[in-house]
Write a protein that binds this ligand. Structure first.
Ligand SMILES: [Zn+2]
Ligand SMILES: [Zn+2]
Length: 361
């Protein structure tokens, strides 16, 4: 079939909307009519580093149009979101750590295990990022990337649950698992950091300290659950945070900034758990800090098993405890390059591209 898609052709900041060929779903795949797809910093990174033809987008929501013959858990008409792909067969998947799946890198590049892809242009393969490719009118996705959601919810909101939101909330709820009433600091309040703040409120952390250099983001952080804010450009953030609570038992970094990681190191209480997803920046604890029981871990995907964790987040959302919609900013499909620019420039927290045209609103 033919589909409209925003195609990345070479290292550039420009996506080109054009028609591609999309194969029918194989026995373990589904065909989804895309409703919306979030823009993530990973899309920007791929755009600037990959030279092959790709359809980006890995935070999609949509409606299943057709299912492969081997699928019993999904059906046509189901409302779904997409998330990272996992094989279900390797040791990590069998032990429930799907985020460590052996095939993660191949599926990140958009390839099936046999090296093929469902998309093409004039017979040449086009790869859908993470075997999703959400910036297209339709997607063919592997069944493990597809999570059914409650059809009473507004599908336009739900795509970002599958990456940025899951990563931030999962880092707190799945990894840090904080005790109620204990202090936490979150460094960087983009989509991932703000999701961590909402999760820290669900967990009952107190205080919840948000650190960022953008005042508008700190204002939103307070609306979503932060009890205190620190300006990330403050020369002595550690001193400021210590004046609030002495030190923290939990810390989460999304900035990768050496200035902020240095501040984080200074505020960790003995026994504190810290984690982060910042590309590049990691906290290297010394021997003495480790003896004091301090720890650091990188929590890509928030250690989330998407079909288990996303429905849990939606239960919090329905109860009014996880208002992630406050982070979203919508763009029409033909405004996709503006949505990417807004993400690059951090002028909005989470751009979401509506794939169904202007009539949809
Ligand atoms: Zn992402
Ligand atoms: Zn696996």
């Amino acid at each position: 079939m033919k589909v409209q898609a925003a195609v990345h052709f070479e290292k550039s900041n420009e996506l080109v909307i054009q028609e591609l060929d999309l194969e029918d779903p194989r026995p373990d795949e589904v065909l989804i009519k895309t409703v919306a797809c979030g823009v993530c910093h990973t899309d920007i990174w791929v755009q600037q580093n990959y030279t092959n033809a790709m359809v980006l987008g890995h935070e999609a929501s949509g409606v299943i149009e057709r299912i492969g013959s081997n699928i019993e858990t999904l059906k046509s008409g189901d409302h779904v979101v997409t998330a990272y792909n996992w094989c279900g067969e390797c040791e990590a998947c069998r032990e429930g750590r799907t985020w460590e799946c052996d095939s993660f890198n191949d599926s990140f590049d958009g390839l099936r295990p046999d090296g093929t892809t469902p998309l093409s242009l004039s017979g040449k393969p086009v790869t859908p990022l993470m075997r999703e490719g959400g910036f297209a009118a339709k997607m063919v996705c592997h069944k493990n990337s597809v999570i059914k959601v409650d059809s009473s919810l507004d599908l336009r909101l739900l795509g970002p649950l599958g990456c940025g939101i899951m990563t931030g909330a999962g880092s707190v709820l799945n990894y840090l698992n904080p005790e109620p009433g204990r202090p936490i600091a979150v460094f960087g309040t983009g989509c991932v950091g703000l999701s961590a703040i909402m999760a820290a409120r669900i967990a009952g952390c107190d205080p919840i300290i948000a650190v960022d250099r953008l005042p508008s983001r700190l204002e939103l952080a307070v609306k979503l659950g932060a009890t205190h804010c620190a300006n990330g450009e403050n020369a002595d953030i550690a001193k400021f945070i210590k004046s609030i609570c002495g030190g923290v038992d939990y810390a989460f970094d999304t900035s990768g900034s050496s200035h902020l990681l240095d501040a984080m190191r200074k505020i960790l209480n003995p026994g504190a758990s810290a984690c982060g997803v910042g590309i590049g920046g990691r906290l290297a604890l010394n021997e003495r800090e480790r003896r004091e029981g301090k720890s650091w871990t990188t929590t890509d995907t928030g250690f989330s098993v998407p079909p288990l964790f996303i429905p849990k987040l939606l239960e919090y959302h329905k109860a009014g405890r996880f208002p992630f919609e406050k982070m979203l900013h919508f763009y029409q499909f033909d405004e996709i390059n503006e949505a990417f620019e807004a993400n690059r420039a951090c002028t909005v927290v989470k751009p979401v591209v509506l794939m169904e045209g202007r009539a949809y609103l």
